[in-house]
Design a protein around this ligand. Structure first.
Ligand code: SF4
Ligand code: SF4
Length: 89
């Protein structure tokens, strides 16, 4: 099942600078993340943010979609857990 971002405060987008200097607004957060935690260019977001395109290009021949989605969901869980820990410090 694809990732449901509805109830997430986008820790991935707040650390986008780790994967793309072009997205970094200067503090690691993506310059396209709105103050409400939404991507303002979602429909034309870059390749690195688009799991459908990444799957098609790099993973389709290597694993079923369910496995890829599970891998992404695990990464999201990790990010959210770490984000929760850091926000309590
Ligand atoms: S961490 Fe995962 S669930 Fe949260 S916004 Fe990013 S992709 Fe969506
Ligand atoms: S472009 Fe959109 S989806 Fe990609 S990191 Fe920035 S806010 Fe998130």
């Amino acid at each position: 099942m694809p990732i449901d971002c509805k109830h997430c405060n986008a820790p991935c987008c707040r650390h986008a600078g780790l994967v793309s200097k072009e997205l970094d607004r200067g503090d690691g957060t993506c310059k396209y993340l709105s103050w409400e935690g939404k991507c303002v260019i979602y429909s034309c977001r870059p390749f690195v943010c688009n799991t459908d395109r990444i799957y098609e290009k790099y993973f389709k021949d290597r694993m079923p979609r369910e496995q890829f989605d599970k891998m992404n969901a695990d990464a999201c869980d990790f990010l959210r857990r770490e984000d929760g820990k850091n926000s309590k410090q």
